[in-house]
Design a protein around this ligand. Structure first.
Ligand code: SAM
Length: 240
């Protein structure tokens, strides 16, 4: 699909993803059109595939960014607070900011990107500063990039309307659910449990699934395993 959806410009890439139904939501489409991937991906920015960004990390494929936003869209209203764990290049953090922060917004909306590699946090800040809007968002602290272990979330900014996790967790970290607002939604890839139905039990290697976790208004929690994926793991930070 990558060759089919790729484009020669940012707008062409996003339009192609929309045309084949990999992005369906108009707000997500506009938010992605509003962020030039060339500011975030050093090579082949308009290809629908992951690309290396240094420090052993990649920027995820555009269709995965689109899927993540679409699963979270009902919680990405103007003024919402969002946590993006494993923010890497900063691309998705910027798209999320386009969804929840108006240029005139003086409200509570904020997007926090967390990565455990300080050089990637600097990279994300620099990438975002390549556009005027990105500079404004950072200057006003509507967008912040923080160096931390994302498995612990970022308590200082909680509660969040939406939490996105961009690397596979070993478990469905309850601390992240604790940091959700009620109502709020968590989108997280989790290593498959050895429940007798996974690929690993068939000797075909491990699997990971996206889990969508909703905290309802009354505080109750509902979890749904939605589709299989292949993400790099959430790990300890590399030693300096
Ligand atoms: C596949 S990359 C996704 C990056 C980002 N979503 C993007 O598209 O540019 C996964 C990111 O998770 C980060 N990461 C891995 N383990 C982490 C942890 N424990 N805490 C915070 N970030 C972590 C990596 O440094 C990497 O930047």
């Amino acid at each position: 699909m990558a060759w089919y959806c790729s484009g020669s410009t940012n707008i062409e890439l996003v339009e192609n993803l929309f045309k084949v139904g990999l992005i369906k939501n108009e707000r997500v489409k506009q938010a992605m059109i509003g962020v030039d991937r060339a500011h975030y991906a050093p090579s082949r920015p308009y290809s629908d595939s992951p690309q290396p960004i240094g420090y052993g990390a990649t920027i995820s494929a555009p269709h995965m960014h689109g899927h993540a936003c679409e699963y979270l869209i009902d919680y990405l209203k103007p003024g919402a607070r969002v946590l993006d764990i494993g923010s890497g290049s900063g691309y998705l953090t910027h798209v999320l900011a386009n969804l929840v922060i108006d240029s005139s917004d003086t409200g509570p909306g904020q997007v926090i990107g967390v990565d455990h590699i300080p050089q990637l946090v600097d990279l994300a800040r620099n990438n975002m500063n390549k556009s005027d809007k990105g500079q404004e968002l950072q200057a006003s602290e509507k967008v912040r990039f923080i160096t931390a272990d994302g498995r612990l979330g970022w308590k200082d900014g909680a509660p969040y309307d939406a939490i996105h996790v961009g690397a596979a967790a070993e478990e469905l970290h309850s601390v992240l659910v604790d940091q959700l607002r009620a109502p709020g939604r968590l989108f997280i890839p989790v290593e498959a449990e050895n429940d007798g139905t996974t690929l690993s039990s068939l000797g075909l290697g491990g699997g990971q699934y996206i889990w969508v976790v909703d905290k309802k208004e009354d505080g109750s929690v509902q979890k749904e395993k939605v589709f299989q994926v292949s993400y790099v793991p959430l790990t300890d930070a590399p030693s300096a």
